[in-house]
Design a protein. Structure first.
Length: 83
């Protein structure tokens, strides 16, 4: 979409491998917390807001991804960071 000049909000992706490791072990891989923390800090810096800030929070969305498009099959969680 960015190659087409369409606006795409900044963000990051957690890989399928990380999700599989979590499901297998029942806990996130050790390095995942540090990586997500670093990407979240970069996102907060870029947006000028902090996740969980009671006055002006960074709001994020969590979307599942699939190899094939399945509209309506996967849940999207919007406005994380309000509380």
């Amino acid at each position: 979409m960015t190659n087409l000049g369409l606006p795409v909000p900044p963000g990051f992706t957690i890989s399928t491998d990380a999700c599989r490791a979590y499901l297998t072990a029942g806990a996130p891989p050790k390095e995942l917390d540090a990586q997500v923390g670093a990407y979240l800090a970069a996102l907060e810096e870029r947006m000028g807001r902090k996740l969980g800030d009671p006055r002006d929070p960074l709001l994020v969305s969590v979307r599942s991804g699939a190899k094939f498009s399945m509209p309506g099959m996967m849940e999207t969680v919007l406005n994380i960071g309000l509380s």
